[in-house]
Design a protein. Structure first.
Length: 258
């Protein structure tokens, strides 16, 4: 059985690891910078160990990268590299209204998401998939490719660095929904992308609320319909008043509408 050291944190790592551990022996799961010392120790003891990374969030220096040569640490990145390098590729794709989502398996290098690519696959989703569904689908597809190919990797292809685009970290200043300046589709994409963090927020009936789910409409369907800059509406389906539990729109209106 192939033995691997796994690097990763968050949903991308969790979904990928759940697949990989069914087929490989994961001898160590590195989650922090401090764990890299144990990685070096284990690799020195067993040079056959392979490295797989998914959303580690820690810069790995040459002293670790070099010991995994020549194939390197295999990095699962959820975008069509060189597009959407950086920390928020899935969220940025959602914000941009993408319908197709891609994962890349690349060789990790010192420069951010700049290594040569072993494999890419694009998956088309119907409608407006939730962020977690995208994470799960891409992670599992990438992990399953590794299961089949990790012992016989193709020759990687260098990225076209001139075409690289970069994503940014999200922050709480992005939370307020602004229907007066955004279209209905733009606001819906914010709601979908900001689930978990930084969360989409709006004040209804003098209550600060988090908008959890919504849809767009050409008509004002309820008192939780926000008229947007394009004349269409963002209609809230699920909402969470500050300090309260999430609830559907009907329950919220029954309890708080004035």
């Amino acid at each position: 059985m192939t033995k691997i050291i796994f690097f990763g944190n968050g949903p991308l790592a969790d979904y990928a690891k759940a697949v990989l551990e069914k087929h490989f022996e994961i001898v160590f799961h590195a989650r922090t910078k401090e764990d890299l010392e144990e990685v070096k120790h284990l690799k020195a003891e067993d040079p056959t160990l392979k490295g797989v990374l998914a959303s580690f969030g820690v810069m790995i220096k040459s002293d670790v990268l070099d010991i995994f040569e020549p194939e390197g640490i295999l990095n699962i990145h959820p975008s069509a590299l060189p597009k959407y390098r950086g920390s928020s590729p899935i969220e940025t794709a959602i914000l941009n209204g993408d319908k197709d989502f891609t994962y890349s398996i690349m060789k990790l290098v010192k420069a951010m998401d700049a290594g040569p690519v072993y494999h890419q696959e694009t998956i088309t989703f119907e409608g407006y998939p939730e962020k977690d569904e995208i994470y799960k689908t891409l992670s599992e597809a990438a992990a399953n490719w590794l299961v089949v190919n990790i012992e016989n990797l193709p020759t990687p292809t260098e990225q076209n660095h001139e075409k690289a685009t970069f994503t940014a970290k999200f922050d709480k200043s992005m939370s307020p929904l602004k229907p007066e300046t955004k279209t209905a589709d733009e606001l819906l994409n914010e709601v979908r992308a900001f689930i978990g963090f930084p969360k989409s927020k709006y004040t209804f009936f003098n209550l600060d609320c988090i908008v959890l789910k919504a849809h767009t409409s050409d008509t004002e369907e309820s008192k939780l319909s926000l008229k947007c800059s394009d004349g269409r509406y963002l209609v809230v389906d699920q909402i969470q008043p500050a300090g309260r539990k999430p609830m559907d729109a009907k329950s919220f209106l029954n309890g708080y509408a004035k």
